[in-house]
Design a binder for this molecule. Structure first.
Ligand SMILES: Cc1cc2nc3c(=O)[nH]c(=O)nc-3n(C[C@H](O)[C@H](O)[C@H](O)COP(=O)(O)OP(=O)(O)OC[C@H]3O[C@@H](n4cnc5c(N)ncnc54)[C@H](O)[C@@H]3O)c2cc1C
Ligand SMILES: NC(=O)c1ccc[n+]([C@@H]2O[C@H](COP(=O)([O-])OP(=O)(O)OC[C@H]3O[C@@H](n4cnc5c(N)ncnc54)[C@H](O)[C@@H]3O)[C@@H](O)[C@H]2O)c1
Length: 447
């Protein structure tokens, strides 16, 4: 018997996970609605991966223009205009958001441009309307975490960084993860005096130590300052508008303070208690390996579940959910060997186990590295070395991790991730003939 409810599926949040789930479920024949309280596209499209990557491209021209001279190009009076880059990036974001809207329209997904709140196992409230649905999907993502020390309200987050009226002269970025290192790179290239302040003594925990160290070295040479073991105690706004940031090691004055101190799942005020949906100690929705919450008719995908906060993972979770629940094709997401990258200057990327983790897991491992100055950097007189590294389990000879830093590292690593995921052996890389001259050829020439 057909359901008496308004929809087969109601999705809350039109970001990477929610949009994929909505359109795939609709393609499977479900009657679907989606609610979005801000802009269709979510974090990745509106204030994450996409505008960030465009800023990274924009910032990199600073080095390209400098290097151009050694290649015979004289670019006179090169000047950078922040409003031009900012506004062009924001227009591209608007164009992409429109495409996401169109996709939903094409799949006959009803869009509510409003906040939705759960009111029961099969019901949500949108504005003053009660809507019923057989299944509800929570895909509300996460938001920046801001520490609670006095004066932290004067700081901005990555959400605001895309909209700055003008570039500050001096910026302090709190955090040592993805966002901190990516934005430190962008603003430093654009001429801002950047200080990265981290409460611990490492950057990018989770990445291979040698690769992280290389980024730290290069970033310092490029002019980024690092302060470690420096939790922020308080922030004072001076009469001239500057901010003084106090830490145990001393105080630093800046014109803008940006927090990149992690992201918290968007579950507050979502009505989860009305349906018995449980959260963990970080506020993330607890789900099983089919993304089902503790309420059988309610599922959750993406950052709100705090499994792996990456767009391709949210998309896979959305797809697997829709195929399982509406496509008669039970699918589980495979979380093994997820490649990832940091779009710093230069970028870095990794897949599989770090050297340290591999030693803990396998005992005996073989490590192969290529530490070289890319040809382009040599002619540009840019003293910046790339580092490629693979980690091999000595017993099986299989490659269990690959890590790299250098120009285009994420592009190259995406392909190498296929080899690692497929469980190839180092000898199988050796069998491949190099493409010369490239940086990537180092991967088949490891000694
Ligand atoms: C600065 C930055 C850079 C990033 N760069 C990368 C990158 O390079 N590569 C990568 O893989 N990942 C990157 N990420 C992470 C990536 O953006 C997220 O992992 C991904 O967007 C998560 O998708 P999601 O569907 O879970 O949530 P989101 O995309 O955040 O979507 C959730 C949506 O739900 C809406 N919403 C929330 N509550 C409600 C409600 N009650 N009612 C209606 N709507 C609601 C929100 O407005 C939002 O649009 C980056 C993140 C940031 C912040
Ligand atoms: N290139 C990419 O794929 C990319 C880019 C940006 C963001 N992301 C995703 O978004 C997520 C969030 O990014 P992020 O950089 O905010 O988080 P993160 O988890 O990468 O780093 C958070 C950093 O903040 C520090 N920190 C946490 N609480 C703090 C506090 N109270 N005071 C001072 N420091 C504190 C941590 O030590 C850590 O260094 C990432 O986990 C990532 O999955 C991915």
């Amino acid at each position: 018997m057909a359901s008496q409810r308004d929809y087969d599926l109601f999705v809350i949040g039109a970001g990477s996970g929610g949009v994929r789930a909505a359109r795939v479920a609709a393609a499977h024949g479900a009657k679907v609605a989606i609610a979005e309280e801000y802009r269709i596209g979510g974090t990745c499209v509106i204030r994450g991966c996409v505008p960030k990557k465009l800023l990274v491209y924009g910032a990199h021209f600073a080095e390209d223009l400098e290097d151009a001279r050694r290649f015979g190009w004289h670019v006179q009076d090169a000047k950078f205009d922040w409003p031009t880059l900012r506004d062009n990036v924001l227009s591209e974001v608007t164009r992409l958001s429109g495409l996401y809207n169109q996709t939903l329209d094409n799949h006959k997904v009803k869009v509510f441009n409003q906040r939705a709140v759960i009111t029961g196992a099969h019901s949500v409230r949108v504005g003053d309307r009660q809507i019923t649905s057989d299944v509800i999907l929570i895909a509300t993502g996460a938001r920046p975490h801001v520490p609670e020390a006095p004066g932290c309200e004067y700081g901005i987050t990555s959400n605001d960084a895309f909209h700055l009226e003008q570039l500050p002269r001096r910026m302090l970025i709190a955090g040592g993860g993805y966002i901190a290192n990516e934005f430190a790179g962008v603003f430093n290239e654009l001429g801002v005096k950047v200080t990265l302040v981290n409460r611990s003594d490492v950057i990018l925990r989770g990445y291979d130590a040698q690769i992280r160290d290389r980024l730290l070295q290069i970033s310092m040479i490029k002019g980024i300052q690092f302060l470690f073991n420096s939790p922020i105690e308080r922030v004072v706004k001076e009469p001239n508008g500057a901010l003084t940031v106090h830490m145990p090691s001393g105080a630093v004055e800046c014109d803008a303070l940006m927090f990149a101190t992690g992201r918290v799942p968007n579950t507050e005020g979502l009505g989860l208690e009305s349906a018995g949906v449980e959260t963990d100690e970080n506020g993330a929705v607890r789900v099983d390996d089919e993304s089902r919450s503790t309420c059988p008719s309610i599922y959750a995908v993406g950052d709100v579940t705090n499994r792996v906060q990456l767009t391709p993972v949210a998309i896979r979770e959305g797809q697997a959910f829709a195929d399982t629940v509406f496509g008669k094709k039970p699918t589980k997401v495979d979380y093994d060997c997820i490649p990832s990258a940091v779009f710093s200057h230069p970028p870095l990327a990794g897949v599989g186990l770090t050297e340290g983790d591999a030693r803990n897991k396998y005992g005996a491992v073989k490590v192969f590295t290529a530490d070289f100055r890319p040809m382009k950097n040599v002619l540009a007189a840019r003293n910046e070395r790339a580092l490629y590294k693979i980690v091999v389990d000595a017993a099986s000879e299989r490659i269990v991790g690959a890590h790299m830093i250098g120009p285009d590292a994420p592009e190259i690593l995406q392909v190498l991730a296929v080899a690692v995921k497929a469980g190839l052996r180092k000898s199988q890389l050796d069998e491949v003939v190099a493409i010369h001259p490239t940086m990537a050829e180092e991967l088949v020439l490891f000694k």
